[in-house]
Ligand binder design. Structure first.
Ligand code: FES
Ligand code: FES
Length: 177
């Protein structure tokens, strides 16, 4: 009886699983608990803090990253779901550009004023990268739909939509050259 009482409320150590995940082109082996979310692995384990934690419950879009090119909310994605996958974070979007150069989406956010607080912006950009990879010539409505899960709490969305359309034009011109 007393042994039973002593064990009540005592936490058992949770086993960690070694998983492999590619983040921005670099392969990592990380030990995760079954309930760890991708956002924690990115920010706490890999120190990639560009991916923001906003609501932590799937409503703000701040934590958006790409898995195999598809935007996902990393606060709602179990780390183990990314086992063996290619993850792209805001730190990796300019990887294909010349050293030190921004991605056209980042440039466009700066030029239009679409980037204001720096908190929601990484999530907006990741949603936009995902959109332009699957649809290089989106309509304004398609842009709005693609960022519908991203919330800006301080201003409006006009400059953000303009930035994405501007970057889309630039990327199409680059491709046509
Ligand atoms: S932090 Fe993930 S949706 Fe808000
Ligand atoms: S610009 Fe980030 S919340 Fe408005």
């Amino acid at each position: 009886m007393s042994a039973t009482l002593q064990t009540i409320g005592r936490r058992q150590p949770v086993e960690r699983t070694l998983m492999t995940v590619s983040v921005n082109g670099t392969s990592h082996r990380v030990a995760v608990r079954p309930y760890d979310v991708l956002l924690d692995v990115l920010r706490e384990t890999l120190n990639l803090t560009g991916t923001r934690r906003g609501c932590d419950m799937g409503t703000c879009g701040c934590c958006t990253v790409l898995i195999e090119g598809r935007p996902v909310l990393s606060c709602l994605t179990l780390a183990l779901e990314a086992e063996g996958a290619a993850v792209t974070t805001i730190e990796g979007v300019a990887a294909t550009r010349e050293a030190g150069a921004l991605h056209p989406l980042q440039e466009a956010f700066v030029q239009t004023g679409g980037s204001q607080c720096g908190f929601c912006t990484p999530g907006f950009i990741m949603s936009a990268v995902g959109l332009l990879e699957r649809n290089p010539d989106p309509t304004e409505d398609e842009v709005k739909e693609a960022i519908s899960g991203n919330i800006c709490r301080c201003t409006g969305y006009i400059a953000i939509v303009e930035a994405i359309l501007q970057a889309a034009r630039l990327l199409r011109e680059e491709t046509a050259r």
